[in-house]
Design a protein around this ligand. Structure first.
Ligand code: HEM
Ligand code: HEM
Length: 161
């Protein structure tokens, strides 16, 4: 795919909305093990009275699908920096995309099918997601603080077309 000069308005909106929802889902995850047990004990339908955590997580998955389609159609700019830094950015972004799908999907399997081992995996992947996102945010901040390049500004200012 040919690199572009920046991200579109829609890509920027999706980036920040998803980032906010991921953090919100993580913050709203306390006691989810007990909530799951209560749902299974009461034999309730998966979406009957589902907690905020579930709705936030499903929203992440739906927006991630839209985001991937938009990304494939609109492209992205080449990461800045030396070749190893660019390679790390490429793989870091791919990992973030993978986690945007894997974390909500593993949560849905846990919630819908009540597979407890999947719950442990979901928790591990979700905590990993937050750590990777934190590393990604620090890398972006370092780019603008030390290299003074366009990395940070292009996730705020849309490209011309
Ligand atoms: C980006 C989205 C998500 C994040 C960041 C996230 C994060 C977490 C975290 C950190 C936990 C562990 C909570 C704890 O016990 O301390 C958890 C548990 C859980 N989450 Fe999610 N989650 C997401 C999406 C979802 C979705 C979409 C569903 C279901 C539709 C879901 C269902 C559950 C369930 C059932 C548990 C309890 C697992 C167990 O202890 O067996 N999550 N989630
Ligand atoms: C869960 C939270 C986050 C996720 C899942 C995420 C995901 C991504 C992904 C996948 C990209 C590559 C662009 C694309 O192809 O769509 C990206 C770019 C970017 N992100 Fe994030 N991000 C998160 C949080 C943050 C935070 C907190 C910051 C800043 C403090 C940030 C700053 C940036 C910047 C500046 C870029 C542009 C990088 C470039 O063009 O080389 N992100 N993000």
């Amino acid at each position: 795919m040919t690199p572009t000069t920046g991200y579109t308005r829609l890509q920027i909106a999706l980036h920040w909305t998803i980032a906010t929802l991921v953090v919100a889902a993580w913050l709203a995850s306390e006691d989810m093990d007990d909530v799951l047990e209560a749902r299974l004990d009461a034999d309730l339908a998966p979406l009957a009275g589902a907690p905020l955590h579930v709705w936030l997580g499903i929203s992440v998955l739906l927006l991630a699908v839209i985001r991937l389609v938009v990304r494939l159609r609109s492209g992205a700019p080449e990461p800045t920096g030396s070749p190893p830094v660019q390679l790390a950015a490429h793989w870091g972004h791919r990992l973030l995309y993978l986690l945007m799908f894997a974390v909500p999907l593993s949560g849905m399997l846990t919630w819908g099918a009540g597979i407890e081992d999947m719950g442990d995996l979901h928790e591990l992947a979700a905590n990993g997601f937050l750590l990777v996102a934190l590393g990604h945010a620090l890398a972006a901040i370092l780019h603008s603080a030390m290299a003074g390049d366009s990395t940070m500004s292009r996730m705020f200012t849309p490209r011309d077309r």
